[in-house]
Design a protein around this ligand. Sequence first.
Ligand SMILES: Cc1cc2nc3c(=O)[nH]c(=O)nc-3n(C[C@H](O)[C@H](O)[C@H](O)COP(=O)(O)O)c2cc1C
Length: 178
Amino acid sequence: MKVLAVCGSPRKGNIEAMLKRILDGAEEAGAQIELVLLRDKNILLCDGCLCCEKTRTCRLDDDMRLIYPKMFNADVIVLGSPNYFNNVSGLMKIFFDRFCPFWEETLKGKKAVLVVAGIEGGKSLKTTEKALENFCKICGIKIVGRVRAKAHEQGEAINNKKLMRKCLELGKKIVQGK
Ligand SMILES: Cc1cc2nc3c(=O)[nH]c(=O)nc-3n(C[C@H](O)[C@H](O)[C@H](O)COP(=O)(O)O)c2cc1C
């Protein structure tokens, strides 16, 4: 099983720490794992040309050409974004928009785990989570796990033992199919 995590935070912070711990759990359970840090990639904005409606591919030449196959080959995709104004980060949104050529078929049947973090935590993270969920729904991806964290400072999540344990266990569960 291949588990791919996609980090939509522009810093090495809470989302990255949670994603890494989920991947640790998945690896312990026998999965092949990979983390994509969107902030390290050159990802152009979708310019709305809609060429993809005819060609079923994207004409923009950037790092998405390397990321697409990783997404297509993954069994489970772990999507992580901080709460930015009750939405996903700009990085994550730019990434989503680049699936215009592929939303109809290519990701159908895959599984996803949604990971969000913000100052307040709890219900305040609903709309950010919903934005991740909308992408999954449109692409036919089944959501199999969720983690919401109250975290703000850079080292907060990694120092939260309970949260890290939850992430590790979730990583194992998604591979074991529990
Ligand atoms: C531009 C920006 C907007 C934010 N908006 C919110 C918000 O609306 N609600 C909230 O609870 N936290 C908000 N935050 C706080 C982040 O969600 C929080 O610091 C989170 O832990 C960041 O995750 P990261 O460490 O993975 O980057 C915002 C932070 C930034 C930089």
